[in-house]
Each structure stands twice: as structure tokens, then as C-alpha cells.
Design a protein around this ligand. Structure first.
Ligand code: NAD
Length: 401
């Protein structure tokens, strides 16, 4: 069987690497730089081993391409393209639409189409299927299914094999084919009664994280005002063996999921007349954390940051990945610069970001730690500035949340 995977980013390449053991995989991406790099056997995604990629290429089971017609003879297509927010923070399905156009215009035989991109309930039935039919030159009754991706890039303990996978087809035939496909490389498949349930479950999983992170971020502010340690309090609460799950405070949330997915849920809720006040407020609390952090740093430093050299340590949105999408470091830097500070940042995992390069980890008046990669030594961070404010809870003997 030949599988086409549209989008060779975090999700698409991860699936390609697992599927390549059992199927011929065409990795379609419209970024020619990524295509060239992948065909030379180099993975650009943490967690996808270049050696695995090379071995599938050598065995003739993987090829990256940006030529749409290379998808014409696949039997199954997976959509794994971005689902971001528009500038006015509404769901933006432009990438999904482009993927549907590629499928509609290039695949003439009946195939199974599985969406792995995260989107609101109803996307498969009311958006993807009609869009593909619109772009197809003649009437083709494709099969459609959803299987939302749960990959956590950079994570070692859970992967495609041992993370249970939700799925649902629009028809029993599509469901069966979807199960047959994923069961080759995933231990546990969970079929739900409709694509809408699978789509909603994915959004709710990340909304659950978003609101709990917002709650602990608010609690960090309460604990500070009470003069108690937020970390000690959380550890104490976490001794309860049931009914509590520990989340830790931070400068905010980042990545493609937690800041974005809940807004997809809120948008569809509001469209149906259901309020999403809790979700909306959680988003605000997380966004406001960067200002709270900068306020604390300013208060500790004589009430002004004017002219101070400030090093932001760790600009990736989480440890051990180079991903800076929606990173809280961005807002922290913006607030610091607005207050007249001279800001640079250090992150050797990210390297270059917004045309700036990672600065040395030393010699600043103030360091604000947003993300601690495993490769960064705590002692070096502590010694990098006269005053250090840690938002990660990983450093001892410095200021923090
Ligand atoms: N990154 C994660 O941890 C994660 C986890 C679960 C779900 N998701 C969801 O999966 C989807 C993809 O996310 P991602 O993180 O893999 O994105 P990504 O930005 O890492 O990769 C997307 C890739 O798609 C390519 N692309 C965009 N439009 C295209 C098109 N029309 N045709 C071909 N290629 C195209 C881009 O060049 C890019 O390489 C999103 O809906 C996201 O919410 C992501």
C-alpha cells in the first residue's frame, strides 16, 4: 500500500517515520528546502531519527516531494498541515483548504483520507469532504476519517506506538481501513462513535491543559502575595494520591497546541451559542503571565528597567525543542523592551530567531529564565547575571515565581 502524507512537519514526519516500516510513503510538503533536506536523509524534527529516515529512503520506502502529481497513485492520504489562528485569533483553515485542493486535483481514484490536523468538531464532515469534492474534477466517493495526533515532540516515554490513538470514520468502511492502517504501528486504537467526538476530544485534551496551567499561573501570583512558596505548596498538594494533578507555573504557554486549540473550541462553541468564558479567561491569564514576570523583575530592580542589559534564557516554548511558535519568551522580550531594557537572548537549541542569534550566557545585569533545556547547566545560568529570575522552578538560590 502507498501512503501519501501531506505536511512533513512535527506530525507528518513523525507518522512517516513510523509508517515507513510497513508502507511506501510519499511525504508531500510544499516547502522545497524541507523536501531536499529530507531526501538527503536529514530529519528536521526532534524525535525523528535521521538514521530511520535514511534506512526507509535506502529501502525505497520513503520519498519526500513537493510535486503534487506524485500523490496521484497513493491508496491512503493523511493531512498533517498547520491549523493556526488568523491575526484576529479565529480558526484559520487555509492550510487545510490547500491540502484539500492538492488531493482533489491530483487523486483520481477512490482512497481513504485521514485528517490528523487539529480542528473543531465538524471539520472532516462539513469542511474537508466538501472541499475535496469541490476541487475534484469528477465525482469521486472517497472514504474519510479523523485520527487526531497526540504526539508530544521531544518526549521519550510516549510515542506513536504506545500512545492510544482515537479515530472515527465517516462510514464503517473508512473506520475499518483506518484501524487496519494504524494498528500496524500503534498498540491501542480507540474508535469513537463519530468524527465530531474525536475532533472534540482532541480539543478538550489541550483545553484541559490550558485551564490547569492558567489556574496554577494564577495560584503562583496568589502564593507570592501571601509570602509562601508556590512550589512547596504544589508539592504538598501533590501528596494527595487521588483527585489532584500537578501543573507547574511558567511565563506562559507556547507551541502549536495549548495557545491555539482551546480557541478553536471556544470559537465553535460561541458559533453555536454556548459560552466559553472559562476557556477565554484561561487564555488571557496565560498571556498576562509574561507581564506579571516583567513586573516582578522590575519591582526587584529598583522599579525601573531602563538601560539594563537583560538576557532572556531559553526562547523555545518548552525544553529540548527548537520550536518557538507562540513562545512566551516573545511577550517577555516585548515587555522588557517596552520598559527600556537592552534585551538579548540565549538559546543554543534555537540558535537563530527573528534574525537574531543566541547571545553568550554571561555578563548581563539581569537574566530572566523562560525555558531550561537539559543541555544548559544551572550553574552557568545562575552565574550569567547579577540578578536572576527563574520562571521554570528548576534553579536554586535565585528569584522566581
Ligand atoms: N506539533 C505538535 O506537537 C502537534 C501535536 C498534535 C497535533 N498537532 C496538529 O497537527 C497539525 C500539524 O502540526 P505540525 O506541528 O506538524 O506543523 P508543522 O508546522 O511542524 O508542519 C506542517 C508542515 O506542513 C507543510 N505544509 C503547509 N501547508 C502545506 C500544503 N498545503 N501542502 C503540503 N505541505 C504543507 C509545512 O511546510 C510544514 O512543513 C496541526 O493541526 C497541529 O495543531 C501538532
Amino acid at each position: 500500500m502507498k501512503v501519501g502524507i501531506i505536511g512533513q512537519g512535527y506530525v507528518g514526519l513523525t507518522i512517516s517515520a513510523f509508517a515507513g516500516e510497513f508502507f511506501d510513503v510519499i511525504g508531500f510538503d510544499n516547502n522545497p528546502r524541507i523536501v531536499d533536506q529530507l531526501n538527503s536523509g536529514k530529519s528536521h524534527i526532534e524525535g525523528v531519527d535521521s538514521n530511520v529516515l535514511k534506512s526507509w529512503i535506502e529501502a525505497g520506502r520513503y520519498k519526500a516531494t513537493n510535486v503534487e502529481s506524485d500523490l496521484s497513485d497513493v491508496d491512503l492520504v493523511i493531512i498533517a498541515v498547520p491549523t493556526p489562528l488568523s491575526p484576529d485569533r479565529k480558526p484559520d483553515l487555509a492550510f487545510i483548504d490547500a491540502a484539500c485542493k492538492t488531493i482533489g486535483e491530483n487523486i483520481r481514484k477512490r482512497v481513504l483520507i485521514i485528517n490528523e490536523s487539529t480542528s473543531f468538531p465538524g471539520t472532516l464532515r462539513n469542511y474537508i469532504k466538501p472541499a475535496i469534492e469541490k476541487y475534484s474534477s469528477g465525482p469521486i466517493e472517497h472514504m474519510y476519517a479523523i485520527s487526531p495526533e497526540r504526539v508530544d515532540p521531544g518526549r521519550g516515554d510516549f510515542n506513536q506506538k504506545n500512545t492510544p490513538r482515537l479515530f472515527a470514520g465517516l462510514t464503517p468502511e473508512a473506520s475499518k481501513m483506518t484501524r487496519d492502517f494504524y494498528s500496524k504501528f500503534c498498540d491501542k486504537l480507540v474508535e469513537v462513535s463519530s468524527p465530531e467526538v474525536a475532533e472534540a476530544a482532541k480539543l478538550f485534551e489541550n483545553t484541559f491543559r490550558q485551564v490547569n496551567i492558567a489556574l496554577v499561573n494564577e495560584f503562583a501570583q496568589i502564593a507570592h502575595s501571601l509570602g509562601i512558596s508556590v512550589y512547596e505548596t504544589l508539592d504538598a498538594a501533590n501528596t494527595k494520591p487521588y483527585g489532584f494533578m500537578k501543573f507547574t507555573p511558567s511565563a506562559g504557554v507556547g507551541g502549536h497546541c495549548i495557545p491555539v486549540d482551546p480557541t478553536y473550541l471556544a470559537a465553535v462553541a460561541e458559533e453555536h451559542g454556548a459560552p466559553a468564558t472559562f476557556i477565554r479567561r484561561a487564555n488571557e491569564v496565560n498571556l498576562e503571565m509574561s507581564k506579571y514576570v516583567v513586573d516582578r523583575v522590575q519591582a526587584d530592580n529598583g522599579g525601573s528597567l531602563q538601560g539594563k542589559s537583560i538576557l532572556v534564557v531559553g526562547v523555545a516554548y518548552k525544553p529540548n525543542v527548537a520550536d518557538v511558535r507562540e513562545t512566551a519568551a516573545d511577550l517577555v522580550i516585548e515587555h522588557l523592551r517596552e520598559r527600556g531594557a537592552v534585551v538579548s537572548w540565549h538559546d543554543n537549541v534555537v540558535g537563530t530567531w527573528k534574525s537574531e542569534i543566541s547571545a553568550p550566557l554571561s555578563g548581563a545585569d539581569i537574566a530572566v529564565v523562560v525555558t531550561m533545556h537539559d543541555s544548559v547547566k544551572a550553574a552557568d545560568v545562575v552565574a550569567s547575571a547579577t540578578y536572576v529570575f527563574d520562571t521554570t522552578g528548576k534553579l536554586k538560590g535565585v528569584h522566581g515565581l
